[in-house]
Design a protein around this ligand. Structure first.
Ligand code: BDP
Length: 622
């Protein structure tokens, strides 16, 4: 399999080199398994900062040779969404070009050089020094290509990236859907702004040429007080042996490995293990070195925790003990940055979630920046890690449906590749609010059918997840009015509910009655724990009323309290995630005042509304 990939890659590169055609290799998901690392065998060079930028609305750039030098360009910050940085680009989702010049340090000579792009939304093509290198579709996940043959040593290298974010029904998330549940502009088929651009760090990195570590998968477990880490290592090149060293809690454990067929596995036992949990998010260091009889050739170090996750018919168990998920659905969203990763915002969000007493969040509605996931490990958050499958549907054009299914599987592959060693990740989420025909977000009738085709496609997704990672839970998050057969496939029944808002508007008594009845019914039917993965009310900060009234801070507090009170009466409820952590940008539409979803308990710039104080007092109670 791997050699077929290599041959086709070389073929494509050859073709490209001969100048006959601009053919681009597809990104290999195995390349994103390990975050770039600087140590004594590997190098990294961040390309984040100012880039040159040019709009290509006629899509003529490639033909006109923009990869050979961008003329009439302007400056743009990376990471960051292009929609927020200029006065003329907010709603533009067509083609653009990014360019940056960089030297590669001469000390990297003789190593293999790669480019890694943290996230390009939505489809990207990459050239180095005018040579086509590769392409990738899908936002929110990284991709990487080897660029060794194209590097100019002792001179600047031109990196050109072409990106477009056309909204299409064949893409995931879906857009431009005829008769879809959203009527907003731009026509995304989901409730957040379709930000575009280079949203995360871009890196050059190097790997040792003779042999290198390609992937490390760590499976934690424990029996009694003895922990274990089963470490699987995949290599490239000529390494024949190596060592796995686990360090933590003042101790060091080593296991030698023999590498055959570029793979090796060893299990390391940890007596008196310190388990990872929200109360004590303890991380062990796992260091892998590989080499031959004489010398070490590569080294990679990662941090992970020892913990297990499972369920009973009523509870989620972390390390065999019940845990309740208190927290939020979130977005990567901040004024001016758009969806661009911003480390101060990451740190602030964790400090506010802790302040509020939360122990969990969902990466709605797409995978988050890798620094965010590393913070979750260190800060002890239980994460529902979601692929960008929002607004999925199963009716209409069958070719488009097949294309969407290819994309969701690619996302599952890439996400699990990237995030598999995070102890914080306890569940994979394969979809948010897939829509049956004619369901409406504002509470329309909804065709409640779960067609055989939709069941079959979800089964494919769930079995792919379980095959890639049998150690975690898998869920899909159901829409109000959606068929229970879909959510019933999850390990935990996750439902988004807005009784009291989109239906029973303002009538909280009616709302909670219905909520309570529906939850009982779902638990009875599926005999699995239930979690309300979204509930919330739009709240304009600073708007008040003596008796709670929609859009006021008092109403939001009351709404959240009412839902949490219902959950507190049911022993099968395993978690409650408020929608949303903070206000966030959406497209324009009549239900989104100023193009903002105001369901945040914090404002877009992270100021608490009254509900944030309420959660703080409730969730911090022992
Ligand atoms: C749910 C979606 C979420 C929306 C939310 C809302 O999962 O993305 O933002 O409702 O309407 O339908 O506020």
């Amino acid at each position: 399999m791997k050699s077929i990939y290599l041959v086709s890659l070389l073929l494509l590169l050859n073709l490209a080199h001969s100048g006959q055609t601009q053919t681009f290799a597809s990104a290999d998901p195995d390349r994103i398994a390990l975050y770039p690392l600087q140590n004594d065998y590997r190098n990294t060079l961040s390309l984040s900062g100012m880039w040159q930028f040019r709009k290509d609305s006629l899509e003529v750039g490639a033909k006109e040779g923009w990869q050979n030098g961008l003329k009439e360009s302007r400056s743009i910050a990376v990471p960051g969404s292009w929609n927020e940085q200029f006065t003329d680009m907010r709603d533009y989702l067509g083609m653009v070009w990014y360019e940056k010049q960089s030297y590669v340090p001469s000390s990297w000579k003789g190593q293999r050089i790669f480019i890694r792009i943290g996230s390009a939304n939505y489809a990207a093509k990459v050239w180095i020094n005018g040579q086509p290198v590769g392409m990738h579709e899908g936002g929110h996940l990284p991709f990487a290509f080897e660029v060794s043959p194209y590097i100019n040593w002792g001179a600047a290298n031109r990196i050109s990236i072409q990106i477009e974010n056309h909204l299409k029904p064949s893409r995931v998330p879906t857009g431009n859907v005829q008769g879809g549940p959203f009527s907003n502009f731009p026509k995304s088929n989901y409730d957040f702004f379709p930000y575009a651009g280079l949203h995360r760090d871009v890196w050059l990195y190097s790997l040792p040429a003779v042999a290198s570590i390609k992937d490390i998968t760590v499976k934690p477990g424990f029996t009694g007080t003895t922990g274990s880490l089963e470490v699987a290592v995949a290599t490239e090149g000529k390494a024949t042996r190596g060592t796995i060293t686990v360090t933590g809690n003042g101790k060091k454990y080593e296991a030698p490995i023999r590498i055959a067929g570029n793979a090796a596995t060893a299990t390391v036992s940890i007596p008196d293990v310190r388990l990872w949990s929200p109360e004590d998010p303890y991380l062990y260091q796992v260091e892998v070195t590989v080499g031959d009889n004489k010398t070490t050739l590569d080294r990679y170090t990662l941090e992970t925790g020892v913990r297990t996750i499972s369920t009973t018919s009523t509870q989620v168990l972390l390390n065999g003990k019940p845990v309740f998920l208190k927290g939020f659905g979130k977005h990567e969203d901040f004024p001016i940055f758009g969806r661009g990763a911003a480390n101060p915002v990451i740190v602030k969000d964790f400090s506010l979630m802790k302040w509020a007493g939360a122990n969990s969040f969902r990466t709605s509605h797409y995978p988050y920046d890798e620094e965010f996931m590393r913070m979750a490990d260190r800060e002890g958050f239980l994460v529902i890690d979601e692929i960008p499958a929002v607004g999925l549907y199963f009716h209409g054009d069958t070719t488009e449906l097949a294309q969407r299914q290819v994309m969701v599987k690619q996302y599952i592959n890439e996400l699990i590749k990237r995030d598999k060693n995070h102890p914080s990740v306890v569940m994979w989420c394969v979809a948010n609010e897939p829509f049956p025909r004619e369901v409406s977000v504002t509470g329309g009738p909804g065709g409640r059918e779960a067609t055989p085709k939709s069941i079959e496609l979800f089964q494919e997704m769930f079995s792919l997840v379980k095959q890639k990672d049998p150690t975690r839970l898998a869920v899909l998050v159901g829409v109000m009015g959606g068929p229970s057969e879909w959510v019933g496939m999850s390990d935990i029944i996750c439902i988004n509910r807005y009784y009291g808002w989109y239906t029973h508007a303002g009538d909280m008594n009616g709302a909670v009655k219905l909520l309570s009845m529906e939850m009982d019914g779902l638990h009875k039917k599926f005999n699995k724990p239930v979690m309300v993965s979204e509930f919330g009310a739009d709240t304009y900060p600073g708007m008040h009323s003596d008796e709670p009234e929609m859009f006021t801070e008092e109403f939001q507090t009351n709404f959240i309290k009412a839902y949490l009170d219902v959950a507190a009466t049911k022993d099968y409820v395993a978690g409650m995630h408020v929608w949303a952590f903070s206000d966030f940008k959406t497209g324009q539409g009549i239900i989104r005042f100023g193009g903002v979803n105001y369901k945040g308990v914090f404002t877009r710039d992270r100021k608490p509304k009254a509900a944030a104080f309420y959660l703080r007092s409730r969730w911090n109670k022992k």
